[in-house]
Design a protein around this ligand. Structure first.
Ligand SMILES: NC(=O)c1ccc[n+]([C@@H]2O[C@H](COP(=O)([O-])OP(=O)(O)OC[C@H]3O[C@@H](n4cnc5c(N)ncnc54)[C@H](OP(=O)(O)O)[C@@H]3O)[C@@H](O)[C@H]2O)c1
Length: 306
């Protein structure tokens, strides 16, 4: 696990990025760089259908891995199937150190809607869909994605669906399990059913509901993987963020990612983009130093958003 003091102070972040400066994290029995990549943005508009530029999507995936990314987040419900098929086409046979994390618990309607799919039969089908479309015999990490209130969790037992996934893990189809869109109570219930290696919830500079959960998971050695680290479909906009970025000679998105890297050592990043320029910009955040005074300014963004 990397302490924030391990992160190199580098004024010039325009050079070729060494993302290992952001540190690594022990993810079950695998080690991943803390800067990863979220593949959801590669599907068509509304995460539905094919991308507008398939070749560009393949280039983004290949460049991410060539730059040292060894943690990619996906799901077979992105597209559906589209994102996993792109990952397979771009990267198969996969590098030995690549950890592909997927999620199950929903299916897409023909109208692009997101619908819960939590029965054992639906979860089994989702695991097999991921295996087939990624071209794998076993999935590295599968997150059980609870529907909650959409992008926020709501309380309720996760026993039945997680027990079903634990059974698929026992059958050898899944190496590790994680949870998504869950409360701390649900995390603790889940840990009583199976070993949990990661939690994926909505969190960024402006949405800090999970501050206590992050610290709780850090003590337990469980990765916290924020989704919408840049604000999601409407990327973060804040005059404070822009001012800090200008002072540091960086972009607001780089500052938002650098802040997350320093939030806690168990925070792993999966910023999403369909753009090669944005990918390079985001990975360069690995080398952005954030002075203490700047971090205090950035903390005010979350306080005013509350
Ligand atoms: N567990 C869950 O329920 C859940 C939910 C949502 C997402 N996820 C995962 O989390 C990953 C990250 O979330 P996300 O992709 O939705 O949101 P995000 O990373 O917060 O932001 C992505 C958005 O920011 C834009 N962007 C990226 N880099 C940028 C840059 N340097 N400058 C300006 N704009 C930039 C992207 O557009 P461009 O394509 O134009 O760059 C896209 O619109 C997803 O890819 C997915 O794997 C999980």
């Amino acid at each position: 696990m990397t302490d924030i003091t391990d992160i190199t102070d580098t004024a010039d972040i325009t050079d070729i990025t060494d993302i290992t400066t952001a540190g690594s994290f022990q993810f079950g029995d695998r080690t991943v760089n803390r800067l990863g990549y979220g593949a959801m943005q590669l599907a068509g508009p509304g995460v539905f259908g094919p991308p507008k530029d398939r070749d560009a999507a393949l280039v983004v995936l290949r460049e991410a891995v060539a730059s040292g990314v060894n943690h990619i987040d996906t799901s077979d419900f992105y597209g559906p199937h589209v994102t996993n098929e792109l990952i397979r086409e771009a990267l198969y046979p996969y590098p030995h150190d690549l950890v592909i994390v997927t999620k199950v618990g929903a299916v897409r309607g023909e109208d692009a809607s997101w619908n819960p799919a939590m029965t054992p039969a639906e979860l089994t089908r989702a695991v097999h869909d991921n295996l087939r479309n990624l071209g794998l015999d076993v999935l590295d990490v599968v997150n059980l994605r609870m529907m909650g209130d959409g992008h926020g969790p709501s309380e309720g037992s996760i026993e039945a669906p997680l027990t079903a996934l634990a059974e698929l893990q026992r059958q050898g189809l899944i190496r590790r399990l994680g949870l998504s869109n869950v409360t701390q109570t649900q995390v603790e219930q889940g840990r009583g059913i199976a070993a949990i290696v990661c939690v994926q919830n909505l969190y960024n500079l402006a949405h800090r509901d999970d501050d206590a959960l992050i610290d709780h998971l850090a003590i337990a050695g469980i990765a916290y993987v924020p989704f919408f680290p840049l604000g999601g479909f409407t990327p973060l906009q804040s005059s404070t963020l822009s001012d800090v970025a200008a002072r540091l000679g960086a972009t607001p998105m780089q500052v938002a990612l650098a802040w997350l890297l320093r939030r806690a050592p168990n925070v792993l990043l999966i910023p999403g983009t369909s753009s090669l320029d944005h990918l390079r910009e985001n990975l360069a955040a690995a080398q952005l130093a954030l002075p203490e005074a700047v971090r205090a300014d950035l903390d005010t963004i979350g306080q005013t958003a509350r």
